[in-house]
Design a protein. Sequence first.
Lengths: 259, 312
Amino acid sequence: MAMNRRRLAGLLLIALVIVCAIVADAIAPYDPMRSSVDILATPSAAHLFGTDELGRDVLSRLIHGARVSLVIGFGAALVGMLVGVPVGLMAGYFRGGVDVAAVMLIDLLVALPGLVLALVITVMIGPSLNHLAFVLGFVMWPGVARLTRGQVLAVREATFIEAARAAGGTSAWIIARHVWPNIMRVIAAQFAVSVSFAIFTSSSLSFLGLGIPPPTPDWGGMVRTGYDFLVLNPLMSLGPGAAVALTVMGFYLVGSSVE
Amino acid sequence: MLTVIVRRLLLAIPTMIALTALLFFSLTALLGSPAAMMLGQDASPEAVAAINARYGFDKPLPAQYLDWMVSAMQGEFGRSHTTQQSVASAILPCIPVTLELALLAIVLASFGAVISNTLPIGRGAGAPAVVTLNLIGITVPNFMLGISLIFVFSVWLGWLPTTGWAPWSEGIATHIAHMILPVLTLSAYYFGVFSIVYRAEYKDVEKRLFIQAARAKGLSRSRVAFRHAMPNAILPVITYMGLTMGQLTGGAVVTESVFSMPGTGRLLVSSIASHDFPVMLAIGMMIVIGVVLMNLLADIAYTFVNPQIRID
């Protein structure tokens, strides 16, 4: 019951962000990129969240920031899944040498600090939306592979798998028809958790000034500039900061409601 | 038990070598030529060759890695490309700042998590509050949490200094006043993670017979909780303390930047921003080795706490 409430809250938050991203052009009161002479205005009826150091409307940039966050979140999670799930499936299903090698590699990589790794790689290959999604996906795949492998190990000894093998099923068929449907729910949950991790980390990188380059409206970067004007207009940093936190929370709630 | 510790130690060494080599090779591979990066794209081939010869970048990668490791063992990490200061003298003063921050945060997070989830009130009437706090800790990024805390406690209430960091030499009270918010910020995530792990384990332990026996004896609820349930539920927290060390360094990077603390994390960010290869490499290596050592410590602590492991 409590679990369902958590998932519902998460789904509502995610829906809000997705709607913002889709209809951003229609609901944003101003062009998020257009600067004006009205710089650093405090919140007013014309600019609900005020304007930034270039006179751009903060609320409009906040609404458009949903797009950037979702693209990175889904992109990175997809990359992490595309690498991690097959590795985990192979390792867990075939065991033996493949498994030993995969586990060694995974153990090695999960020990590395994700944010620091992402920081270094992103700067080396140049920060951009696509690069960030790839780097974060690369950072996440060992965790995904480990989880997938654990799930496969739990079902591979089941009687129905044995029966499928006895019936002469090929490995590919057994994995697709019998293993995958049983682990799909957990993998889907992991996808949501991965999205939340990617948004969390990419916004942290942008906050450090090493993520998505300006002038793209990105929440982490907006917090970074707004932080300098915290006393003047707290909404300039706390607004986009809250947007990151609520988006991360939405995906996390949905992902963690499946056990 | 000694054999367990020795076995773990022997396992940690190849892990460390593999990770440091991986870091070294990937950094150098991604950078292309450090010399080109230092001199810019218009550098003449002669200048690049001169820099390569001077820093040993012309040797094959494994040789460079060995050279680096050998001189690192002697405390020689090269010179910063931007300031020409020796890397060791740039990093050394930063280490205590980060260590203090990280240690205090981990201690606060683990004690906070264990106590708030063991206290009968945290499990009964106060449970929704504790669960909400866990969720906030896990999902609110460090930078947002730090700035929110600064806004509430420094800007709005005016109780604590806004930003900056004060060394011990400026007085213990000043130092502590500057440390409260950074430690809170960094510990929040770990408080959440430890809480969730501990709560789940506690729930399992609570069902066991010896807990029922202790209750039947007429012991008070808090005595059953702290004396009988807690010691049996605390093991996963220790494992997670080791597992989360890698993320802790990432959290420290952000936290130090928010509070402008002169720590290793902030030095790493500035070295990355200015493409200062030797500093970046030295800090990266330090983090990797630190993470492996912390995992090792957690493993050893685990064998101390859990007598079942000591036997085999």
